[in-house]
Design a binder for this molecule. Structure first.
Ligand SMILES: CC(=O)N[C@H]1[C@@H](OP(=O)(O)OP(=O)(O)OC[C@H]2O[C@@H](n3ccc(=O)[nH]c3=O)[C@H](O)[C@@H]2O)O[C@H](CO)[C@@H](O)[C@@H]1O
Ligand SMILES: C=C(OP(=O)(O)O)C(=O)O
Length: 451
């Protein structure tokens, strides 16, 4: 596991090009299993999750070319393997997203249920299975935790009501229905921008999917493979910008200032971050163009605190909760977070406490007593967004001797942030990457100095 050494910075400033969305890319790449013609997907981030998903596609038999954020995928004549082993699924959560494309087009899959991704709660897939089973697929679970799904009868359209809003279940439910003749209705769906991007990609392929955001309903009119084959051209699709990466840089500016310009962003997708931060008078933002924004830090003159409750989009995203908690440590008042999406997503709290944060947790609520200065020490990352929070904490930390914050298990960050160290250096942040744990010199309890 890599270790990052981050030194406190007076301010963060510069211009950053935000990468393509991790979660949109993963869903779109998985759905490409269904293609009948080559597809060109641009703005794909060069991150570990994408590379690991491509390994699964390669295992199935796909040929593709990935270079300079452009991914060209060719349709598959013959599946090489319907068995997706644990060593491939355990690398990323989105390995689950290949289930429906594979069964829709090729009728079967056997896949390990040990999927990876952030270790932030139980993360069952009962809702995915409910939707797939309701459509008529046959499903069994083996002793070794492998899920076998196959089509052994004609499938009929259904009304599917997902009892909880789930991004992954919505994606799998859509993809399981696209070839079922008739009209399938899926209710209580997730409406994250990444879902809309997936639908937009599938519609370009020729599928008939209609979304009603207000009623959280998707209507799929099933079509035949011949219909898709008849669309004779290479499909080109540009993945939406990563709103979580953009939010991470916005929050870093809110903590350290002074001014940052973000290019390749979608203003609409960032409203759930920008509105609470501007309402609390923590940042100012100026729209520079349709896809760029300037963020500047205010002087906290109104003693702000914040109250955040994570919920499915368009509410505040769970994927930004660890990062905003770092900001809350510095606010003048007492802030509150309710984490409603993942039951174990407070693992970063212990690490922030090691740096001096005053945070109390009770069930799914965190109370953050602000006006604390975080001090450098050795901290651990437990998942992707906790790693982002640790970076923000390290950048903002202060000590008399200009110590480095030592961030261990930092590989998590490479799952979802493209070129993060280069981007931070561009914003005047001092950061070093070590391949191994740092044999550091202790100069005070729990504090380490670079020789
Ligand atoms: C690769 C990807 O796109 N990951 C995102 C996706 O994860 P993912 O798709 O796994 O998240 P879900 O939206 O499915 O999960 C939301 C909640 O529903 C629960 N649940 C989900 C499915 C199910 O069958 N049963 C069930 O109980 C989960 O445990 C969780 O408590 O959406 C999350 C919520 O926005 C984000 O944090 C992740 O970054
Ligand atoms: C939870 C996340 O990712 P994953 O679903 O891939 O684990 C995330 O991106 O914050």
């Amino acid at each position: 596991m890599k270790t990052l050494l981050v030194q406190e910075s007076q301010k963060i400033s510069g211009t950053i090009n935000i990468s393509g969305s991790k979660n949109a890319s993963l869903a779109i790449i998985a759905s490409a299993i269904i293609i009948e013609h080559p597809v060109k997907i641009s703005n794909v981030p060069n991150i570990l999750d994408v590379k690991n998903l491509l390994l699964i596609l390669k295992h199935i038999g796909f040929k593709f070319h990935f270079s300079k954020n452009e991914l060209l995928i060719y349709p598959l004549d013959k599946v090489q393997s319907y068995l997706i082993p644990r060593h491939l699924t355990s690398r990323l959560r989105a390995s689950n997203l290949i289930i429906s494309p594979l069964i829709s087009k090729y009728g079967k899959i056997k896949i390990s249920q040990d999927s990876g991704g952030c270790n932030i709660g139980a993360r069952p897939i009962d809702l995915h299975i409910y939707a797939i089973r309701k459509l008529g697929y046959h499903i069994t679970l083996s002793d070794q935790n492998y899920l076998s799904i196959y089509k052994n009868t004609k499938l009929f359209p259904q009304k599917i009501h997902l009892k909880k809003i789930s991004v992954g279940a919505t994606q799998n439910a859509i993809l399981a229905t696209v070839y079922i003749k008739g009209t399938t209705i899926i209710k209580n769906i997730a409406i994250e921008p990444e879902i809309i991007d997936l639908i937009s990609f599938l519609c370009k392929l020729g599928f008939k999917i209609y979304l009603n955001k207000k009623s959280r309903t998707i209507t799929v009119r099933g079509i035949t493979r011949e219909h898709i084959k008849a669309q004779k051209h290479t499909i080109v699709h540009q993945v939406i910008p990563d709103r979580i990466e953009a939010a991470t840089f916005i929050i870093s500016t809110a903590i350290n200032g002074d001014k940052i310009t973000l290019n390749n962003i979608n203003h609409c997708h960032l409203q759930n971050i920008l509105i609470p931060l501007t309402k609390s008078q923590i940042i100012r933002y100026t729209k520079l163009s349709k896809d760029s924004v300037q963020i500047s830090k205010t002087e906290f003159q109104f003693q702000p605190s914040m109250t955040i409750s994570t919920k499915p989009y368009p509410a505040f995203p769970s994927d930004v909760q660890p990062q905003i908690m770092v900001l809350m440590c510095y606010l003048n008042g007492t802030s509150k977070i309710t984490e409603n999406v993942f039951e174990q997503r407070f693992q970063h709290v212990y690490e922030l406490q090691k740096m001096g944060a005053n945070i109390r947790i009770k069930n799914k609520k965190a109370i953050i007593y602000g006006k604390k200065t975080l001090t450098p020490t050795k901290i651990q990352c437990s998942n992707l967004r906790s790693a982002a929070a640790m970076l923000l904490a390290g950048i903002s930390s202060k000590s008399a001797n200009k110590l480095y914050t030592i961030i261990e298990n930092a590989d998590h960050i490479t799952r979802g942030y493209e070129n993060i160290t280069e981007k931070l250096r561009k914003c005047s942040i001092h950061i070093q990457v070590l391949q191994e744990k740092y044999p550091s010199t202790v100069i005070q309890d729990n504090q380490y100095l670079i020789k």
